[in-house]
Design a binder for this molecule. Structure first.
Ligand SMILES: NC(=O)C1=CN([C@@H]2O[C@H](COP(=O)(O)OP(=O)(O)OC[C@H]3O[C@@H](n4cnc5c(N)ncnc54)[C@H](OP(=O)(O)O)[C@@H]3O)[C@@H](O)[C@H]2O)C=CC1
Ligand SMILES: O=C(CO)COP(=O)(O)O
Length: 307
């Protein structure tokens, strides 16, 4: 059955999601700020609203939609970030603005260029409303894009968001040519750090071992296609952050996420040694090699995701 879908944000990810839904036979309208039609016109008659704007676009878009009567529309959020002013996740912002509507989080190891090239990928749709998650699963699932459901939307969203910080660290690790052992240690302890944060904020451990956690961590920590990885790599090669961002194709959400995360973790007493070094590196408070030394020279401890 054809479903009417609006995709907000015609960047790399919004365009890819629109392409996948269209290929499944749905009626898709892709909207961006450059579109000639208004957001109100585009959303007049749709069943599903997919938001694929970068974090800085979420609040402005939500504000534009707030006054509209959208009926029983399901919101799907694909943004991976944390709001600097409120520290909320994108789905929390959508749910607070539209408390009567279902919100579904979509996240996974989904480098858009690979998907656009027709390579197979898998993702997760997480929601407190399993019927909504199952519907969204059918809209996007295909022979090239396998979609799983999950009942822990916060865990799905935090996996995709927090791995961006680790991808910056991984890019720096490769830029410094620290080798495969170091990268494996970084990714493994990075996952422990993500689980520690996620558990503190109410997400399930299991979710982080899935596609939106470990899966996306592996993809972005190992691929030069990841913009976050490119940021870390460039810093390790001695480039300035401003120069890297000016030449970057699209958004590296980990830059903003690490700031919000460090602020929250300091307030709440969450131990985040890797993210803290990434944040210091981004602020040019530490060199890449000094960040590695700080991590290696910490007090020894048992292997657990607990502090
Ligand atoms: N690319 C990828 O492989 C994947 C990306 N993601 C996530 O999806 C999100 C978008 O990423 P991506 O598409 O790559 O980023 P891009 O930089 O390619 O696109 C960003 C999009 O956000 C929109 N936007 C930014 N600010 C505003 C605003 N104030 N109002 C309205 N729209 C705004 C831009 O609109 P405009 O064009 O008008 O500037 C553009 O459509 C990020 O959170 C990213 O982490 C998730 C999975 C995969
Ligand atoms: O989230 C992504 C893949 O799942 C895209 O990663 P980057 O934003 O680092 O390019």
């Amino acid at each position: 059955m054809e479903t009417k879908i609006a995709v907000i944000g015609a960047g790399a990810w919004g365009s890819t999601l629109a392409f996948l839904a269209k290929a499944n036979g749905h009626q898709v309208h892709l909207w961006s700020r450059q579109s000639s039609s208004t957001l109100a016109d585009v959303l007049a008659d749709v069943d599903i609203v997919v938001s694929a704007v970068s974090m800085k676009g979420v609040r402005p878009v939500v504000e534009q939609l707030r006054g509209l009567s959208l009926g029983k529309v399901i919101f799907v959020t694909a943004t991976k970030g944390l709001d600097p002013s409120t520290t909320c996740t994108p789905s929390q912002i959508w749910q607070a603005a539209f408390p009567a509507n279902s919100v579904v989080v979509l996240a996974g190891p989904n480098l858009s260029k690979e998907i656009q090239a027709g390579l197979p990928a898998a993702t997760v749709v997480g929601s407190n409303d399993m019927a909504a998650a199952k519907l969204v699963q059918t809209l996007f699932n295909s022979s090239r894009f396998r979609v799983y459901t999950n009942d822990d939307p916060l865990g799905v969203e935090l996996g995709g968001t927090l791995k961006n910080v680790m991808a910056i660290a991984a890019g720096a690790c490769d830029g410094l040519q620290l080798g495969t052992n170091a990268k494996a240690a970084l990714v493994t302890r990075g996952l422990a750090e993500i689980i520690r944060i996620g558990n503190h904020w109410g997400a399930k451990t299991d979710t982080f071992y899935g596609l939106s956690g470990l899966g996306d961590l592996l993809a972005t920590c190992n691929s030069p296609l990841s913009r976050n990885y490119q940021v870390g790599y460039g810093l390790a090669k001695g480039k300035k952050l401003t120069e890297i961002l000016a030449n970057l194709e699209g958004t590296a959400e980990g830059v903003n996420t690490s700031q919000v995360l460090v602020h929250l973790a300091n307030q709440q007493g969450i131990y985040i040694p890797i993210s803290a070094q990434v944040d210091r590196l981004l602020k040019e408070e530490v060199t890449p090699q000094a960040a590695v030394d700080s991590l290696m020279l910490r007090d020894v401890k048992p292997e657990t995701h607990l502090p």
